[in-house]
Design a protein around this ligand. Structure first.
Ligand SMILES: C[S@@+](CC[C@H](N)C(=O)[O-])C[C@H]1O[C@@H](n2cnc3c(N)ncnc32)[C@H](O)[C@@H]1O
Length: 195
Protein backbone atom coordinates (compact mmCIF):
# COMPACT_ATOMS: atom_id res chain seq x y z
CA UNK A 1 0.00 0.00 0.00
CA UNK A 2 1.55 3.36 -0.94
CA UNK A 3 2.40 5.70 1.89
CA UNK A 4 0.37 8.89 1.63
CA UNK A 5 2.42 12.01 0.81
CA UNK A 6 1.61 13.46 4.22
CA UNK A 7 2.94 10.35 5.99
CA UNK A 8 6.09 10.38 3.83
CA UNK A 9 6.67 14.01 4.72
CA UNK A 10 6.80 13.24 8.45
CA UNK A 11 8.19 9.68 8.24
CA UNK A 12 11.73 10.50 9.42
CA UNK A 13 10.38 12.47 12.38
CA UNK A 14 7.91 9.70 13.31
CA UNK A 15 10.74 7.15 13.36
CA UNK A 16 13.54 9.38 14.61
CA UNK A 17 14.25 6.95 17.45
CA UNK A 18 14.70 3.97 15.13
CA UNK A 19 18.36 2.98 15.28
CA UNK A 20 19.19 2.42 11.60
CA UNK A 21 23.00 2.24 12.18
CA UNK A 22 22.50 -0.56 14.75
CA UNK A 23 20.23 -2.42 12.31
CA UNK A 24 22.86 -1.95 9.60
CA UNK A 25 25.54 -3.47 11.87
CA UNK A 26 23.28 -6.48 12.52
CA UNK A 27 22.61 -6.92 8.79
CA UNK A 28 26.27 -6.54 7.95
CA UNK A 29 27.14 -9.26 10.46
CA UNK A 30 24.64 -11.63 8.77
CA UNK A 31 25.98 -10.73 5.33
CA UNK A 32 29.61 -11.26 6.30
CA UNK A 33 28.81 -14.82 7.46
CA UNK A 34 28.03 -16.02 3.95
CA UNK A 35 28.67 -13.26 1.43
CA UNK A 36 31.71 -11.46 2.79
CA UNK A 37 32.59 -9.93 -0.58
CA UNK A 38 29.09 -8.51 -1.16
CA UNK A 39 29.25 -5.04 -2.67
CA UNK A 40 25.79 -4.38 -4.07
CA UNK A 41 22.43 -4.12 -2.36
CA UNK A 42 18.86 -3.56 -3.46
CA UNK A 43 16.37 -2.53 -0.76
CA UNK A 44 12.71 -3.34 -1.47
CA UNK A 45 10.34 -0.82 0.10
CA UNK A 46 13.38 1.36 0.78
CA UNK A 47 11.24 4.23 2.07
CA UNK A 48 13.32 7.34 2.81
CA UNK A 49 16.57 5.42 2.22
CA UNK A 50 17.87 5.25 5.80
CA UNK A 51 19.18 1.66 5.61
CA UNK A 52 20.60 2.28 2.13
CA UNK A 53 22.47 5.32 3.43
CA UNK A 54 24.29 3.13 5.96
CA UNK A 55 25.22 0.64 3.22
CA UNK A 56 26.30 3.45 0.91
CA UNK A 57 28.58 4.85 3.65
CA UNK A 58 30.08 1.35 3.99
CA UNK A 59 31.01 1.35 0.28
CA UNK A 60 28.15 -0.64 -1.25
CA UNK A 61 26.54 0.18 -4.58
CA UNK A 62 22.97 0.79 -3.49
CA UNK A 63 19.57 0.80 -5.20
CA UNK A 64 16.01 0.90 -3.96
CA UNK A 65 12.43 0.22 -4.97
CA UNK A 66 9.35 1.84 -3.49
CA UNK A 67 5.80 2.33 -4.66
CA UNK A 68 5.59 5.75 -2.98
CA UNK A 69 7.04 8.59 -5.06
CA UNK A 70 7.05 10.82 -1.97
CA UNK A 71 9.16 8.33 0.03
CA UNK A 72 11.54 7.96 -2.93
CA UNK A 73 11.95 11.73 -3.19
CA UNK A 74 13.15 11.74 0.42
CA UNK A 75 15.45 8.78 -0.37
CA UNK A 76 16.94 10.67 -3.31
CA UNK A 77 17.75 13.56 -0.98
CA UNK A 78 19.32 11.11 1.48
CA UNK A 79 21.39 9.20 -1.11
CA UNK A 80 22.19 11.80 -3.74
CA UNK A 81 21.78 11.75 -7.51
CA UNK A 82 23.04 8.79 -9.49
CA UNK A 83 21.50 6.14 -7.22
CA UNK A 84 18.95 3.86 -8.91
CA UNK A 85 15.62 4.44 -7.20
CA UNK A 86 12.76 2.66 -8.91
CA UNK A 87 9.19 3.81 -8.39
CA UNK A 88 7.27 0.52 -8.64
CA UNK A 89 5.61 -2.25 -6.69
CA UNK A 90 8.17 -4.75 -5.41
CA UNK A 91 6.22 -7.50 -7.19
CA UNK A 92 6.61 -5.74 -10.54
CA UNK A 93 9.87 -3.73 -10.65
CA UNK A 94 12.52 -4.62 -13.21
CA UNK A 95 16.15 -3.68 -13.60
CA UNK A 96 18.77 -5.44 -15.71
CA UNK A 97 21.16 -5.42 -12.72
CA UNK A 98 21.68 -8.25 -10.23
CA UNK A 99 22.59 -7.78 -6.57
CA UNK A 100 24.62 -9.71 -3.97
CA UNK A 101 22.13 -8.72 -1.30
CA UNK A 102 18.43 -7.84 -1.44
CA UNK A 103 16.73 -6.59 1.70
CA UNK A 104 13.14 -5.76 2.63
CA UNK A 105 13.02 -4.21 6.08
CA UNK A 106 10.61 -2.86 8.66
CA UNK A 107 7.85 -5.29 7.76
CA UNK A 108 7.54 -4.34 4.09
CA UNK A 109 6.88 -8.03 3.33
CA UNK A 110 3.94 -7.91 5.75
CA UNK A 111 2.29 -5.37 3.46
CA UNK A 112 2.09 -8.12 0.81
CA UNK A 113 -1.06 -9.53 2.36
CA UNK A 114 -2.16 -11.49 -0.71
CA UNK A 115 -0.51 -14.89 -1.31
CA UNK A 116 -0.30 -14.48 -5.10
CA UNK A 117 1.31 -11.03 -4.65
CA UNK A 118 3.81 -12.45 -2.15
CA UNK A 119 4.74 -15.22 -4.61
CA UNK A 120 5.34 -12.58 -7.31
CA UNK A 121 7.63 -10.64 -4.96
CA UNK A 122 9.68 -13.77 -4.18
CA UNK A 123 9.97 -14.65 -7.90
CA UNK A 124 11.13 -11.09 -8.62
CA UNK A 125 13.70 -11.30 -5.82
CA UNK A 126 15.04 -14.56 -7.29
CA UNK A 127 15.34 -12.90 -10.69
CA UNK A 128 17.42 -10.01 -9.31
CA UNK A 129 19.76 -11.92 -6.97
CA UNK A 130 23.28 -12.74 -8.16
CA UNK A 131 24.40 -16.38 -7.74
CA UNK A 132 24.91 -17.11 -4.04
CA UNK A 133 23.19 -13.85 -3.09
CA UNK A 134 21.18 -13.28 0.09
CA UNK A 135 17.63 -12.11 0.61
CA UNK A 136 17.08 -10.70 4.10
CA UNK A 137 13.62 -9.64 5.26
CA UNK A 138 11.56 -9.27 8.40
CA UNK A 139 7.81 -9.69 8.88
CA UNK A 140 5.05 -9.86 11.49
CA UNK A 141 5.15 -13.43 12.86
CA UNK A 142 1.56 -14.68 13.11
CA UNK A 143 1.74 -16.59 16.44
CA UNK A 144 3.45 -13.62 18.10
CA UNK A 145 0.78 -11.23 16.76
CA UNK A 146 -1.97 -13.47 18.17
CA UNK A 147 -0.19 -13.75 21.54
CA UNK A 148 0.57 -10.05 21.91
CA UNK A 149 -2.39 -8.49 20.09
CA UNK A 150 -1.88 -5.14 18.33
CA UNK A 151 -3.44 -2.37 20.43
CA UNK A 152 -4.43 1.26 19.99
CA UNK A 153 -1.31 3.39 20.52
CA UNK A 154 -0.62 7.08 20.73
CA UNK A 155 2.80 8.46 19.81
CA UNK A 156 3.81 12.10 20.31
CA UNK A 157 6.81 13.66 18.57
CA UNK A 158 8.14 17.13 17.89
CA UNK A 159 10.88 18.95 16.04
CA UNK A 160 11.75 22.69 16.13
CA UNK A 161 8.61 23.63 14.18
CA UNK A 162 5.81 21.13 14.72
CA UNK A 163 4.22 18.67 17.12
CA UNK A 164 2.76 15.43 15.79
CA UNK A 165 0.32 13.14 17.51
CA UNK A 166 -0.13 9.80 15.76
CA UNK A 167 -2.99 7.52 16.73
CA UNK A 168 -2.62 3.92 15.53
CA UNK A 169 -5.80 1.83 15.44
CA UNK A 170 -5.42 -1.81 14.40
CA UNK A 171 -8.36 -3.85 13.14
CA UNK A 172 -7.95 -7.64 13.31
CA UNK A 173 -9.38 -9.48 10.28
CA UNK A 174 -8.88 -12.92 11.78
CA UNK A 175 -10.42 -14.96 8.96
CA UNK A 176 -8.10 -13.37 6.39
CA UNK A 177 -4.95 -13.44 8.59
CA UNK A 178 -4.74 -9.68 8.16
CA UNK A 179 -4.18 -6.81 10.57
CA UNK A 180 -5.41 -3.54 9.12
CA UNK A 181 -3.39 -0.71 10.69
CA UNK A 182 -5.04 2.72 10.52
CA UNK A 183 -3.07 5.88 11.30
CA UNK A 184 -4.49 9.28 12.20
CA UNK A 185 -2.04 12.21 12.34
CA UNK A 186 -2.60 15.52 14.15
CA UNK A 187 0.02 18.07 13.13
CA UNK A 188 0.29 21.36 15.04
CA UNK A 189 2.72 24.26 14.93
CA UNK A 190 4.92 24.19 18.02
CA UNK A 191 3.83 27.61 19.13
CA UNK A 192 0.23 26.42 19.61
CA UNK A 193 -2.96 26.32 17.53
CA UNK A 194 -4.00 23.46 15.23
CA UNK A 195 -3.18 22.58 11.63
C1 LIG B 1 7.32 1.05 7.12
S1 LIG B 1 7.98 1.70 5.62
C2 LIG B 1 9.61 1.01 5.68
C3 LIG B 1 10.61 1.88 4.91
C4 LIG B 1 12.07 1.44 5.09
N1 LIG B 1 12.27 0.07 4.68
C5 LIG B 1 12.51 1.65 6.52
O1 LIG B 1 12.93 0.68 7.16
O2 LIG B 1 12.47 2.81 6.99
C6 LIG B 1 7.21 0.69 4.36
C7 LIG B 1 7.62 1.10 2.94
O3 LIG B 1 7.26 0.05 2.05
C8 LIG B 1 6.69 0.63 0.89
N2 LIG B 1 5.86 -0.42 0.28
C9 LIG B 1 4.84 -1.12 0.87
N3 LIG B 1 4.33 -2.02 0.02
C10 LIG B 1 5.04 -1.88 -1.14
C11 LIG B 1 4.98 -2.54 -2.40
N4 LIG B 1 4.09 -3.51 -2.65
N5 LIG B 1 5.85 -2.17 -3.37
C12 LIG B 1 6.76 -1.18 -3.13
N6 LIG B 1 6.85 -0.52 -1.95
C13 LIG B 1 6.01 -0.88 -0.96
C14 LIG B 1 5.94 1.86 1.40
O4 LIG B 1 5.69 2.79 0.36
C15 LIG B 1 6.92 2.37 2.46
O5 LIG B 1 7.86 3.26 1.92
Amino acid sequence: MPFADIYARYYNLLYKDKDYPAEFRYLNAIISLSAASANSILDLGCGTGKHLRCFQDAGYNVAGVDVSAAMLAAAQEQLGEGVDLINAKISEFYTDKKFNVITSLFHVMSYQADTAELAKVLANVAEHLADGGLFIFDFWYGPAVLTDLPAVRIKRLADEEIKITRITEPVMRYNENIVEVNFELLIEPKTGGGA
